[in-house]
Design a protein around this ligand. Sequence first.
Ligand SMILES: [Ca+2]
Length: 335
Amino acid sequence: MSSKITKVILDTDPGADDIFALLWLISLSLQGITEITAITTVGGNVTAESTFWAAHKVLKLLNITGIEIGRSASRIAGNIRDAAHIHGQDGMGNLSDSLPEVTQPDKDIFAQARRADEIIIEQLSQFPGEIDLIAIGPLTNLATAEIKKPGILRQARSIVIMGGAFDCPGNVTPEAEFNIAFDPQAAATVFASHEQIVVLPTDVTNQLVLTPAMLTYITKATTTSKLALFIQQLGQFMFQTNLAHRETKGVEGCLMHDAATIAYLFYPETLWLQRARVEIETVSKFTQGKTLRDRRHFPKTDPNAFIATQVDSTSLLAALLEDLKYLLTSSTPIL
Ligand SMILES: [Ca+2]
């Protein structure tokens, strides 16, 4: 069976699991399956500046040039603090000092970078109906683009979001998941913009545990490469913080929340989805950022989303492992 090469924009707040999702996407890009048209960074797990540099450093480690990285729009509203306690102050397991140096000309890159919303508007206008917009951080950039140019998000071929918690507890408050709670107004704007939003909530992503054995499997053929070392150290860092913060229910491993979006686009057989109308709580003192859907059996005429409700985590993680292994062992000159 053949398939055409798709275009994607990755909107991301790296973030260690963001980095695994980005590496997966890069592998698929090197395999000729997709083309990354831009990476737009957003403040969330760590500051806007740190997420930008984390994305920049990952591309630099891989010697990849030619993919524009946008810097975050300003958070619209929200009072959740960042997640540096999980991801490290630099969003990459405090490993940034061990990665290729940011050289003098590089240092101005952040100041000179275009804003993410500008890039999203430009790309979706230029390639209407062609781009899969993958959002694995707070929805600030997507919302800002929509506010600046109403209707622009409809130009995406799909909008695939990691976020929300429907039938499980939140991970930053009793009811809310981080990406939505960090900028709930932005999330509400995005969910009001489109009728076909795909949502990968923690209900399914909590099942995606990368274990030490999996990490060893990915890197064992290339243990001396810089990328293998980085992946090993990033994983080890995340195993510790995920355990310490009880993310994995005592299992040594780390959650691959963001990778679920990549699976939806490229390995859709690993997920089951339910049509629904998703609303975002934006005003409540206790449940701000909660994602809601109406489960009552009344006729409904205005669904806006497909929510993932089940995942074949074994097959999804197997696909992730093989593609990361490909990234490490392929003979492509950039590595
Ligand atoms: Ca993220």
